[in-house]
Design a protein around this ligand. Structure first.
Ligand code: C2E
Ligand code: MG
Ligand code: MG
Length: 677
């Protein structure tokens, strides 16, 4: 306890002792007095009473005692603090102190004051003013108060401290500072007082000024009266929880934020929607789902650093455009969500989405690279009180899917019809899984005509799904679902098997007919693709050179070396390779001669636009000649088209003019005259 002006005479004597007055005066007094060298943990002067108290035979014997050897670090630290307080502001302290002369505890009330030593250092004069008559329990509680790390302070109702335990004194930036001065945020102090007046007791975590800078204290404050004066007072106990708070804040940050962009994450978005549903009036909100177009290609082409930079840039752009009441989150990958909390009309939402998209799709500059961006958007309007988070997200996702399907880089608002279509897709997806096992797929065959000889030289195997209740389903209705759900791998393997088995049968029957089969990009990219092809080519009677795999042009982008290598392996197994729908993709024409291609199939759209598309078709014909590949025109429907192709030396034609794709029996009937030729 800081005993401000009422100090004992001896304490004043001590202060003057630096050079003139010696300790000799104190020797005549009855009370125990000694001088303690804080730095060396030794008693350097003691009067007889002090020797008695310390149970020492002589002053010399007492001087030899190492007082530091069983001193706790808290006590040592506190004495150091006293030493600097003596130097800084002439402080004196009156405290109940427990000594351990020869190991036996003895509680005494001591006044400590500074005592300048002859070598200039600051020592401590200790004067016992009374031996404690307290009950052992009281002594213990006083001791506990002295040694605890919990900071305990009794403040005047709106003034300085009346009492501080050592822990509180050590932490205080200024020992005389009132409670309000400790608060970093004055508003918080006012709040504390208000709550104290209402409830008499408050527990709160606050940022306070301390000798170690701003720290977080877990404070318990209680209204009470000073036991000495009866004046209103506040008793505050505080624990430093800065480390704990920091750890908790970091954990919360990790749990709520996306690490790459520092946007909120999915779980925060979900919790936030639940909060809106609980706290506010029902109102219409908009959940806007953004997905970067062809993000995988950005990663593949420019590297993951560039991909990350794009995502961070998008996050920045989104954040700068949304209002304070709205929220932007990253769900993962290239998926972002903006939540508009007050979306009264769809038009207004669309207007804001357009603005967002205009900003987001500005090219991103990464180092020396300019990356163009497209973004597809799905919007779901909903009322948080009535909607489930997963349902809303699914609706926005369905709308996003529609945007992607209708050419990307656009926004779509979810409708119930879209929901029904998505459900249909979903049930098809489920049925597809069992369809492969149940062997529900068949091939129809569309012949390819050699234009010069007029003979059918090949057929393209086109898959059909013989659905038990829906009837014969065309590939357009299920191939994309297979691709997205991964069923394409099983389906693709089955198609290859059906095609190869058929080709073996025809070869055995002496029919001179090549078979081309479609392979989807996902199937081609899968490592198992080569394995399946190898298994088939190892079958007895495999018709080497008669099976052609149709891959799409987009497969020929990305790591061109690796693709060329893969194609060469396929070629070496005895397969031919055609590029399907040629002219519509993004292949690297300068590289095309590096691939072992045997056939280019000109996309139907070019044939359809003849004669205006003539120059493009001629270009493809020249390219085919140069790389030694057969050129086939797809979708030939009229005699005029066929004549144009014949005039321009196109090798083969496929299309409704010759025939539609046919089931096996009809194909055989169609081919019958050929066989007899
Ligand atoms: P594709 O490989 O380009 O096949 C040609 C498509 O064009 C076939 O449609 C065929 O019926 C149609 N077609 C042929 N001649 C004409 C014509 O003169 N006019 C018009 N308008 N269309 C014509 P289909 O059988 O519906 O197949 C559509 C697409 O589905 C195929 O296009 C192919 O990309 C895919 N596909 C078919 N079977 C398979 C398969 O087994 N695996 C994979 N991955 N995809 C397949
Ligand atoms: Mg094809
Ligand atoms: Mg095609």
């Amino acid at each position: 306890m800081r005993a401000a002006p009422k100090i004992s005479n001896l304490a004043q004597l001590g202060k003057a002792a630096a050079d003139t007055v010696t300790f000799e005066l104190a020797r005549h007094l009855d009370v125990a007095i000694w001088v303690y060298d804080i730095d060396r943990a030794r008693i350097i002067h003691a009067n007889q009473s002090a020797c008695d108290l310390w149970q020492a035979a002589s002053e010399d014997q007492l001087r030899r005692r190492d007082m530091g050897h069983d001193m706790s670090s808290t006590v040592a630290k506190r004495l150091k603090q006293y030493q600097s307080d003596f130097i800084a502001d002439d402080a004196t302290f009156t405290e109940l102190w427990t000594l351990y002369p020869n190991g036996v505890p003895k509680s005494v009330m001591v006044v400590f004051s500074g005592f300048p030593l002859s070598d200039g250092r600051m020592g401590m004069l200790c004067e016992v003013i009374s031996e404690s008559q307290d009950q052992p329990q009281n002594v213990r509680s006083a001791e506990a108060l002295l040694h605890t790390d919990v900071m305990i302070t009794l403040f005047e109702r709106s003034g300085p401290p009346l009492y501080q335990n050592p822990a509180a004194r050590n932490a205080a930036i200024d020992p005389g500072a009132g409670l309000s001065e400790q608060f970093v945020h004055p508003k918080q102090f006012k709040r504390l007082l208000k709550r104290l007046d209402e409830r008499g007791e408050v527990r709160t975590v606050e940022q306070v000024h301390t000798a170690d800078g701003a720290r977080w204290h877990d404070l318990s404050a209680k209204l009470c009266s000073d036991a000495v004066t009866g004046q209103p007072a506040i008793l505050v106990t505080a624990i430093d929880v800065s480390d704990l708070k920091e750890a908790r804040d970091t954990a919360r940050q990790l749990a709520n934020r996306d690490q790459l962009t520092n946007l909120f994450n999915r779980s925060f978005l979900q919790a936030h929607l639940q909060t809106i549903a609980r706290m506010s009036e029902p109102r219409q909100c908009a959940l806007i789902f953004f997905d970067v177009d062809r993000f995988k290609q950005i990663n593949d082409r420019y590297g993951h650093d560039a991909g990350d930079a794009v995502l961070r840039q998008i996050a920045l752009r989104m954040r700068s455009l949304i209002r304070a009441e709205d929220l932007v989150a990253r769900l993962g990958g290239d998926e972002f969500v903006v939540l508009l909390e007050n979306a009264t009309s769809a038009q207004e939402v669309e207007r804001r989405v357009t603005k967002l998209c205009q900003s987001i799709t500005q090219p991103v500059i990464h180092g020396a690279t300019k990356i163009d961006l497209g973004i597809s958007v799905g919007i779901a309007l909903f009322t948080p009180h009535l909607a489930d988070f997963d349902d809303v997200l699914r609706d926005a996702d369905v709308a996003l899917y529609v945007s992607k399907q209708s050419g990307r880089n656009r926004a779509t608002v979810f409708t119930e019809e879209m929901g029904a279509a998505a459900k249909e897709r979903y049930s098809i997806e489920i049925e597809l899984k069992s369809a492969v096992k149940n062997d529900e797929f068949v091939l129809h065959y569309q012949p390819r005509l050699d234009i010069t000889s007029g003979k059918i030289v090949a057929v393209e195997g086109l898959v059909r799904w013989q659905h038990p209740t829906r009837g014969l389903m065309m590939p357009d209705t299920f191939i994309s679902i297979c691709e997205e759900s991964g069923v394409i791998e099983d389906l693709g393997r089955r198609v290859l098997e059906l095609g190869v088995e058929q080709a073996i049968d025809w070869q055995t029957a002496g029919l001179d007919l090549n078979v081309s089969l479609n392979a989807s990009p996902r199937q081609f990219e899968n490592d198992d693709f080569l394995k399946s092809l190898k298994e088939l080519s190892d079958r007895p009677n495999f018709p080497t050179g008669r099976i052609e795999l149709e891959i799409t042009e987009n497969v020929l982008t990305g790591d061109l070396q690796a693709i060329a290598e893969k194609l060469r392996k396929i070629n070496a197994m005895g397969y031919r390779i055609a590029v399907d729908d040629f002219g519509t993709g993004y292949s690297n024409l300068s590289y095309i001669s590096q691939f072992p291609l045997t056939c280019l199939k000109i996309d139907r759209s070019f044939v359809d636009q003849l004669p205006s598309s003539g120059p493009i078709i001629r270009l493809i014909l020249t390219l085919g000649q140069q790389i030694g590949a057969t050129v086939v025109s797809e979708g030939v429907e009229t005699e005029e088209q066929l004549e144009w192709l014949a005039r321009n030396h196109c090798d083969q034609a496929q299309g409704f003019l010759i025939t539609q794709p046919l089931p096996l029996d009809k194909l055989m009937a169609f081919l019958e005259p050929e066989k007899t030729v």
